[in-house]
Write a protein that binds this ligand. Sequence first.
Ligand SMILES: [Zn+2]
Length: 263
Amino acid sequence: MIQSLLNLEPDVLIRLQGFIFALVAMLLFERWLPARPRGYAARAMSNVSLQLINMLLLISIPLTLTAAALFALFNQFGLFNLIKLGLWTKIVLSWLVLDLIMYGLHRAYHGVGFLWRFHRVHHGDPVLDVTTTFRTHPVETLITLLVRAITVVLIGMPLLGVILYEIIICTMALFIHANIRLHRSLDQIISWILVTPAMHRVHHGPDPVDYGANFGLVISIWDRVFGTFRAQPSSMSEDRIGIPGLVGSNGDGVLPMLKLPFK
Ligand SMILES: [Zn+2]
């Protein structure tokens, strides 16, 4: 019974529609309000190819966040399956906990040598645009999924919260990497709560003080609370994207990107 529920088509369809809508919107915004010159096509195609590998991987394994939520629900496991609270209170609290865990995981990707091997593929992109979102090593994709699934089970996250979270995280991942220049004051207002492209652009700089800051993915508050917020890139990072030694070392090909962690 659970297996048939896990493969609910409307759930997959909603997520896919959300992804396509967000991607098209970001591509249009990149044309309309670019912050930097456009990236070259070869690396963009490699990023897209890496995303296809990640998608194939995710389709081929039997683990999804909706499966994790249903597992917790049917087994009456996880905090919110055991206590009485309003649905939306549970959903919003779940989002906050999950986003905090993702902030912590991103810091671990930078701070733990084994994890950094995989995450550095993402920081080797010499350009920052919507396709950089796709430049994630499959091992990082798996680790992130596993950490999210464990969190969903432990929280007892409501199914509706999971489906909406997947749309939010996907849209925000595309948005923060997009080559978009928001009006300075609008950017500042948004960045009090949410991560903006300008804020995440700092994280993709070549200087350790830059890529050692702004780890947030959706909510910017964690960086402010834990002292890792940085408003502007350092002078070294002003015109440059990507970490020296990584830019070029994983080139424009998918294979060099896949091999980079094992060098
Ligand atoms: Zn990072």
